[in-house]
Each structure stands twice: as C-alpha cells, then as structure tokens.
Write a protein that binds this ligand. Structure first.
Ligand SMILES: Cc1cc2nc3c(=O)[nH]c(=O)nc-3n(C[C@H](O)[C@H](O)[C@H](O)COP(=O)(O)OP(=O)(O)OC[C@H]3O[C@@H](n4cnc5c(N)ncnc54)[C@H](O)[C@@H]3O)c2cc1C
Length: 532
C-alpha cells in the first residue's frame, strides 16, 4: 500500500500545477492513466484568456464571462478566476513558458488573440500550440521536483471513503484504488488529500475534439462516492472541428474566426450574420446551433470556414499547426474554405466545488474541467478553462496545505485491498466495444446540440439497460481500462441525460425545442445531482 501527503489524479494543466505547488509542503503522487502528456491540455490551441493589456480590464473580462454564462455563473468564481489569473499566468511564464509577442512602436508586447464572446483581445498564446507548450513546461518542472512522483499508465478506479468502510461519523475520502495497467494489479493508495483533475468527458459523444482520455472518470468516481454533481446538461459543442473522412478530432481553433474567418454555407453565404450581431464570432452555443440548423436546413454534411482573405504568410506564422494539418488532408486554407462540423468539446458542469476546489465529500477536491466552480455557468467563454485550471490548482493547494487532519486520518485506518473475487479475463471484448459505440452514437443523436424530451427519454431508457449490462460485466470479469472507461462513460451519459431532462427551459448550451424559452423564475439555478 502506498501513502502520499497529496494525491492528484490527472496530469493536465490543473493536476500538474497543483502537484508543483503541493510539493512545497509534502510528497505528491500524480496518477495518470496514459503518458503524462496525454490530456486535453496538450491539445489546446487558442490559448489562455487573461487581462494583461491596458486596453482591457477585469470588469470587461468578468462581463464577457457572465454574458456567455447566460445567468448561471457564480459571481465569486468569475471574479476570483479573472482577478487571480494574471498572477498565475506570470508564474507559468517564470517556469519558462514564452507566449508569442509582437513589435508595437519599437517595443515588444504580448501578442493577444481574439476569440468568440470576448470584447477585447486578451488570449495569450504560443502560435496555435499553446496547450502543448504549457503541458511540456509543467511536465519538465514536475520531473525536476523531488517531491513529485508521476505514476504513468495508472488508472484511478474508485475512491475509498469512510462510509464505504462502514464508519458512522462524517464521511470523508481516505484514498483511491488505482489500476497499474502494466501489471494489471489494483493498488491501494491512501491519502487525506485527494484531488481529481481528470478533465472532461468528450468521448461520451460520437464526434468530439477531445483526446481518448476524456471519458468522464472523475465525475463518475465522485458520483459513486456520493459527491454532488452540477450542471452536466451544459456540454459545449465546438463549432469548428475539421470535417474530413479520415481526420478525427481535429479542432480548428476559434482564433481563426478571431482573425477574420467567416463561416459560410455551400453557396458561400455568411449564414451566422442572420442569427447574431457578432456573426461568426458570436458565443459558441449560438454558432454551433446556427451550423446545426444550417446543415439540417440544407441537408449538407458540413459548412465552411473561410479565412482566404488573410495572406498565406500570416496563416503560416499564426496557425502553423492548423495550416500544416489542413494541407496534409489536402486543404489549402490560404486558397479554399475549410470544411467544418460541430463536435463535443467541453464539459461546463462537473463535480460541484467551492472556490477552493472542495467538493461535498470532505477530503476530496476537484479542479480543472472535471469541476464545476460556477465560473462557466451555462456556457464557457472561450479560453477561460486553462485559466481556471491554473487558478483553481493554486487555490486547492493552498487550502489543502492549511487543512487539518480528519477525525479518522487515512493513516490510522486499515484500508481493504481491492478484491476482484473470482473474476475472469474479459474474453468478450466485442461487447465492450459495441456498448461503447452505442453510447456515443445515442448521445450524439438524442442528447446533442438541439434536444427534445422525447429523445432524452429514449436515451434514458436505453442507458438504463446499458448500465445494467455493464454492471454485470463489471462484477463478473477482471477489470481492465476499456471496461472501466465504458462504465464511467455510461454513468456520465446518464448524468447528462438526467440533468437535461430536469431543465425544462433553454439556456446557454442546453437547447430544447420543447421549452425554447429561458425561464429565470423557475430555472435560474444549478442542476444538482447526488446519490447521497
Ligand atoms: C482540442 C482542444 C482545444 C482546446 N483549446 C483550448 C484553448 O485554447 N483554451 C482553453 O482555455 N481551453 C481549451 N480547451 C479546453 C482545455 O484544454 C481543457 O479544459 C483543459 O486543458 C482541461 O485541463 P485539465 O487539467 O482539467 O484536464 P486534462 O488536461 O484533460 O487532463 C486530464 C488528465 O486526467 C487523466 N485522467 C483522466 N481519467 C483518469 C483516471 N481515471 N485515472 C488516471 N488519470 C486519469 C488524463 O489522462 C489526463 O492526464 C481545449 C480542449 C481541446 C480538447
């Protein structure tokens, strides 16, 4: 049995930033289910939204965030993340990250990008590879920290709680079961300070911009442990994922629209101008719905993002990754519009936390995309999530360092070893893949950008059956990564459906044709779900 002062699950921006800070006060394990760099963080292109320019202000960034959030943001969370952001970004730069700069009247300034929903240029970036550079900077710093142990190919399976062990006093988290994917052994890791930084759940949908690790494990584990989950109906669909039969999950950053890219239909018409004064730079939910409606109206398989008015040299310099990737697929973005479709991108809800990252389960913290702090409300403002990861990691590290030991510290309790009983190896992998495909397809078809009660009920009925089947599998067979991810996907899918069913209005990212109007009287509140 291993023991650490702090355990963080996930090695994206939130998990690694937390680890570096907590390492100043004790030993830290970073549990991560593939290689360290496998994360959404490493895929982020646009950048980090942060007030750094004299032309910008905290008030404007706060206002833009609140506008995008459609009445559901928590003002304290918004103010905290926006105002503490610049200090956290500075720390990242001190670790060696160099954001792009440009010459302005003889001196160098940060080159600020513009994205949808932002009233000012405020997005710090490193070309269109911002997340990749952030991830590498943080991984290098973690490797140099003697107190941080990176456990790669280790997948967190379930949380260990006092209630599960039968204690009658206040429940709290005591540790986590972790599958060592190389040996197949499930290890018990004890700690009084456990942090989930497991990212989002894009893989629950057929089309997504997310990497394969994004299977909603943190939300599913927290839910099973009895923590409160909030706002899972608000899934952000990114309007512009490359549409190509062989390219999966390749995002065309919003920054392309920030630099003048216009969405057009097959006839070349700027159709978003009809639905919002900001046209192609309207908030993401508005743009994604406009594309969905245009595709349904015309029967087209995609729409087009046209940035051909920008010179080739500019595109190569500003978007080297997108430019090269499009070329590889035979699309010259300097000469022709890029075919795009919407795809699941970001989970605005998650494990409900305080502004320090504490969940409703004592001893359990959640930071980054897995958490719901209230920053995003019903819709995330572009590039606010990397910023949130930085700020919340810092705050959680501070809070956990100050935290007193619980009544029953993990070290004083004997934790049971993981039992797999008489389980056998899974020899019917086809069942897992079939269920996995079915969940992702049904979520795309029934719980996508535009919803109806009928489709949600259909999804719910099917998911109930799938969950039963998967549970049976889970207890009968020796666990492996695929089975664990499938179980988590099914759980998260049902949380999304249940949350969507209980919101009888349209707000932000949740749009239903049965209740097309926003109802502040009845629904200006978070959707909270809990088993406890
Ligand atoms: C293509 C793309 C582009 C984006 N662009 C931007 C942008 O420009 N600006 C912006 O602000 N945001 C952007 N986002 C969103 C942003 O990247 C994410 O919200 C953010 O990186 C999440 O960070 P995180 O640390 O919470 O999670 P992640 O970076 O996703 O890291 C999660 C970690 O948890 C690990 N993990 C998950 N489950 C388990 C488990 N059971 N056991 C062990 N480990 C586990 C994963 O392997 C991974 O290491 C983008 C997202 C994508 C997909």
């Amino acid at each position: 049995m291993k023991q650490f002062d702090f355990v963080v699950v996930g090695s994206g921006i939130a998990g690694l930033t937390f680890a570096l800070k907590a390492a100043q006060s004790g030993s830290v394990a970073v549990v991560t289910k593939r290689r360290g760099a496998d994360s959404s963080t490493a895929w982020a292109q646009g950048g980090v939204a942060c007030v750094t320019s004299d032309e910008d202000s905290f008030d404007l960034h706060i206002r833009d965030t609140l506008d995008a959030g459609a009445g559901l943001c928590d003002l304290l969370a918004v103010e905290t993340v926006v105002k503490e952001g610049p200090e956290r970004v500075r720390e990242l730069m001190e670790l060696g990250l160099h954001f792009d700069e440009r010459d302005v009247e003889g001196h160098r300034e940060l080159d600020l990008g513009r994205e949808g929903g932002h009233s000012k240029r405020r997005v710090l970036h490193v070309h269109d590879l911002t997340g990749f550079e952030i991830e590498n900077t943080l991984l290098s710093a973690a490797a140099a920290s003697p107190n941080v142990e990176l456990l790669e190919n280790h997948m967190a399976v379930d949380l260990i709680t006092a209630a599960k062990l039968g204690f009658a006093s206040e429940d709290h988290c005591l540790g986590v079961y972790v599958l060592d994917e190389t040996t197949g052994v499930v290890e018990t890791i004890r700690t009084d300070r456990l942090v989930l930084a497991t990212g989002g759940c894009g893989k629950v949908y057929l089309y997504t911009t997310n990497p394969s690790v994004a299977t909603g494990d943190g939300v599913a584990m927290a839910w099973r442990a009895g923590a409160v989950i909030a706002n899972m109906e608000f899934i952000q669909f990114h309007p512009t994922c490359l549409f190509h039969p062989h390219a999966t999950s390749f995002l065309i950053s919003e920054a392309v629209r920030g630099e003048g890219g216009i969405l057009r239909n097959a006839k070349g018409e700027d159709f978003t101008a009809r639905v919002h004064p900001r046209g192609s730079l309207a908030p993401r939910d508005v743009v994604a719905r406009a594309i969905d409606a245009e595709m349904k109206r015309t029967g087209a398989q995609c729409v087009y993002l046209d940035i051909t008015q920008q010179p080739r040299d500019f595109l190569k310099e500003r978007f080297p990754h997108i430019y090269e990737t499009c070329l590889r697929w035979g699309i010259d973005m300097a000469k022709e519009p890029i075919p795009v479709v919407p795809a699941a991108h970001y989970q605005c809800g998650g494990v409900k936390t305080t502004i320090d990252g504490a969940t409703s389960l004592p001893g359990l913290y959640a930071i980054g995309e897995v958490a719901c702090t209230g920053l995003h409300g019903a819709n995330r403002l572009a590039s606010n999530s990397l910023l949130e990861g930085l700020v919340m990691a810092h705050r959680a590290a501070e809070a956990l360092t100050r935290k007193k030991s619980p009544a029953h510290p993990a070290g004083a309790i004997s934790l049971p070893e993981w039992k797999s009983g008489d389980a056998q190896d899974v020899d019917e992998l086809v069942v897992i893949y079939h269920n996995w495909d079915e969940i992702r397809r049904l979520m795309w078809d029934y719980v996508g950008i535009v919803r109806t009660d009928k489709r949600l009920h259909r999804a719910s009925a099917r998911l109930r059956n799938l969950l039963r089947e998967i549970q049976e599998f889970y207890w009968n067979f020796r666990i492996n990564v695929d089975l664990l991810e499938l179980r988590n996907l099914a759980t998260v899918a049902s949380l999304i459906v249940d949350s969507a069913l209980s919101r009888k209005e349209s707000r932000g990212l949740h749009f239903t044709t049965d209740y097309p109007v926003m109802s502040d009287d009845l629904f200006r509140r978070e959707t909270l779900l809990s088993r406890g």
